[in-house]
Write a protein that binds this ligand. Structure first.
Ligand code: GDP
Length: 295
């Protein structure tokens, strides 16, 4: 994960860590290299520039040039700033209510259905909840089957109504079913499209209005870099979602999405998905990821 970014940052710090004399010029060069590393990782230039301006301010304030180990001090400044950029503290996930309702939205192929299965598994095994998975994709019968397969794997019931072509109605009936059957978290996997379109947005917005979810999670493929950020902005405008799920962090992803989504939409990343297996799910801790990036 983020190997290229890690390597480039490592090499940016090299001149401060080496034997050579530290002066304003090599601090400035290091900062320039950090900015380039971020842009190469698909972080938008404006975000990268603001980031390195903050690092520069801190480096000057904390007198990196006179520090006993300037390289280490610089790494710490960058780590703190990366943590802040990704949201600072881990954000809570709201599952209060009987049932709690979690709405899952995102483009087709982003990993929505896989994440829904993982979330059900996590809530059941780690939080002692009784989840119900809901297949609310009225366009792709295969999506219903996929959710059923995952439900069987994690041993969580799946509510579906293949004849029903009204996603709002399916969601409402699923919640009624949950109440009758002692389920206390309802996870609604909505339909996805290949690109943001009005019909999809209206449908998810209608479900939101009808079921008043505790959480609306926007699922996005981290491999798609700045596209991920743009899609997040489009979904957020319509849905005002409560959190982001970044998927496929086990792949060869450069890091741009993880680093810039919070800045762009001002919504926290809540979960990261790093594999196809049902337990490949983590709560997102900005500091841990910053630490991993800096090795
Ligand atoms: P949906 O169309 O948004 O519901 O996406 P799916 O859940 O069907 O996922 C699309 C593809 O990505 C599937 O082949 C999944 O197995 C795969 N996938 C989902 N999440 C991850 C992940 O975190 N890592 C990897 N490597 N693959 C994933």
């Amino acid at each position: 994960m983020f190997e290229s970014l890690s390597e480039k940052l490592e090499s940016a710090f090299k001149s401060l860590k080496g034997e050579g004399r530290i002066n304003e010029l090599n601090v400035a060069n290091t900062i320039k290299d950090i900015r380039r590393a971020l842009v190469d990782a698909d972080v938008n230039y404006k975000i990268a520039k603001e980031f390195t301006d903050r690092v520069k301010d801190k480096a000057t304030g904390e007198k990196v040039i006179n520090a006993i180990s300037p390289g280490q001090l610089m790494v710490k400044i960058v780590k703190d700033e990366l943590t802040e950029l990704m949201g600072g503290e881990a954000e809570p996930f709201n599952t209060s209510g009987t049932p709690a309702v979690i709405l899952i939205a995102g483009l087709q192929g982003s990993g929505k259905t896989t994440f829904s299965g993982k979330l059900a598994n996590y809530l059941k095994t780690q939080k002692n909840k009784k989840p119900l998975l809901v297949a609310a994709d009225i366009y792709r019968p295969a999506a219903i089957d996929q959710l059923k397969v995952l439900g069987e794997q994690v041993k969580v019931d799946v509510y579906s109504d293949p004849e029903n072509k009204n996603a709002v109605d399916i969601a409402q009936k699923a919640i009624a079913f949950a109440k009758e059957n002692g389920k206390n978290v309802v996870i609604i996997d909505t339909a996805g499209r290949l690109a943001v379109d009005e019909a999809m947005m209206t449908e998810v917005a209608n479900i939101k209005q009808a079921v008043n979810p505790n959480e609306i999670l926007f699922v996005v493929d981290s491999m798609t870099g700045q596209d991920a950020v743009n899609t997040a902005a489009a979904f957020n405008e319509r849905l005002d979602f409560s959190g982001v799920v970044l998927t496929k962090l086990d792949g060869d992803t450069r890091g741009g999405a993880a680093l810039s989504i919070k800045y762009t939409v001002n919504k926290p990343i809540k979960f990261i998905s790093n594999g196809e297996k049902m337990d490949a799910l983590d709560i997102f801790y900005p500091e841990r990821l910053a630490q991993r990036i800096l090795g």
